[in-house]
Design a protein around this ligand. Structure first.
Ligand SMILES: [Zn+2]
Length: 235
């Protein structure tokens, strides 16, 4: 098959997938009766790289959204800059600074957190703001990052009234399908939130200036998580 034919087929598939994403977004289903959502993340920029479709939908649905970020993202000594970037990023989603809390657990792939302490932090933040649904990573944390997994473990072990939703990790091939990942079925997902507008991910990620290097620019374009967030209910 000629290269030109392959490119044309690919372009047709991308256009089709964007149409499907748009239609899916119009028929978004969120957990019933939930108006206050808490996003528990490990690092400033997780809210864009992994959860942007969700954040945009919650914003457009007028939900009250809170962010609890468990590290300052200080792995490279940029904690002060990155915390400011997170506040700014939250503002672009319509979330005021008062609804963002940043903890100081250690950032790094080798850092094992005190899970009991994390649980207490998530639980007290959640109770203080009367949270109804908590969104976080799943037991693989999309990338396998131990800090992401710890977020999941803390939310999983909460004994609260809230609904817990974990972002489903997928294989590296599916993660890199970009908009085409809309063709990948998520049979075990309880909720699927989609977005066809990758320029929004780009704009939100730009706020994280210290992290917006070439490979993250590429990631934003080709990552499934810029287009599709599939969730399982944490039971
Ligand atoms: Zn992260």
């Amino acid at each position: 098959m000629k290269i030109r034919t392959i490119i044309i087929i690919l372009l047709i598939l991308i256009v089709l997938s964007l149409i499907m994403l748009y239609r899916r977004r119009l028929h978004t289903r969120l957990p019933e009766g939930c108006d206050r959502f808490l996003l528990v993340i490990a690092h400033p920029d997780d809210e864009v790289i992994f959860f942007r479709p969700t954040m945009s939908i919650l914003q457009s649905e007028g939900k009250e959204v809170y962010i609890l970020c468990l590290t300052e993202g200080d792995h490279e000594g940029l904690g002060i800059i990155r915390t400011e970037e997170l506040y700014e990023s939250a503002a672009t989603f319509g979330i005021p600074r008062s609804r963002v809390e940043i903890k100081q657990y250690r950032d790094g792939r080798q850092e094992v957190w005190d899970l009991e302490a994390v649980k207490r932090d998530v639980s007290s933040f959640s109770r203080e703001h009367d949270i109804q649904a908590i969104i976080t990573f799943d037991d693989y944390g999309v990338t396998g990052h131990i800090n992401h997994v710890s977020c999941y473990e803390a939310v999983r072990d909460l004994k609260g009234e809230q609904i817990g939703l974990s972002l489903m990790s997928r294989s590296v091939w599916i993660k890199g399908l970009g908009p085409l990942s809309v063709f990948v079925h998520d049979p075990s997902a309880d909720y699927v939130l989609s977005s066809e507008n990758v320029t929004k991910s780009w704009r939100h990620m730009k706020v994280h200036e210290s992290q917006f290097v070439w490979y993250r620019k590429l990631l934003i374009l080709i990552s499934r998580y810029s287009y599709v967030n599939a969730y399982k209910t944490i039971t």
